[in-house]
Design a binder for this molecule. Sequence first.
Ligand code: GLN
Length: 260
Amino acid sequence: MRPVTIAHIFPDLLNLYGDGGNLVCLKQRCAWRGIPVEVIAQRYGESLDLSQVDIVFLGGGPDREQKLASEGLLRMRDALKEYVEAEGVLLAICGGYQILGKEWLLAGESIEGLGIVDIVTKRVNRKPRRLIENIVLQSPLCPMPVVGYENHAGRTFLGEGLKPFGKVISTTGWGNNDDDKQDGVLYKNVLGTYLHGPLLGKNPQIADHLLKQASSVRTQRGLEAFELSPLDDTIEKAANEAMLKRLNVARQNITTTEPS
Ligand code: GLN
């Protein structure tokens, strides 16, 4: 079968706080199951055929790199939009998440986004406090709480009817903005979030959720699907629980039933 192909777009620009670890995690979870897998890096200036890709990854970036990356991404806008509208799986963290929206602000300057997801990112004032914290979410995508770390100046607002990735259940952390107590966005098979960490290492159910989506999209594309046999996630779950304990997330705040 054609290997599960995961593309890291602009790893030289969009790759903060261990974001690249998400690709290591996806690759390893396929390898453990004997599923052929390939991670490709699309460097700035190179082209990429998205019809050959099962999962696209956009990491976070400092303002300068994010601006450069967004120029490159704008040149790929039509292909990316087509990919997303055809249920392509896309994980976008922080700066990469912001770029998916209509616009984002850089030190007062409005930068055109891809407009693929109905979100906007603003800066609250000229010298905004950065939102830097450990954070825990309850997401409809999995029963396990999602743990991570955020560090951003932009505040993101979701358009009408869009669902967040999760609600903030820790006493620390903000997510999208100062007020909403929710983080990220879910749109088709796009998962946008402020959570670095890297996200997937401590949240294996999210990693498998993305792989499951990728498998079912392959069927729609006439490609061979792949089976996600259960893995022993004892270590990953212990890492997740260690963060819950450290952040004092009360057990009663956690839903443990499977999402409907
Ligand atoms: N530069 C963006 C901001 O500060 C995103 C930062 C990041 O990706 N961590 O809002």
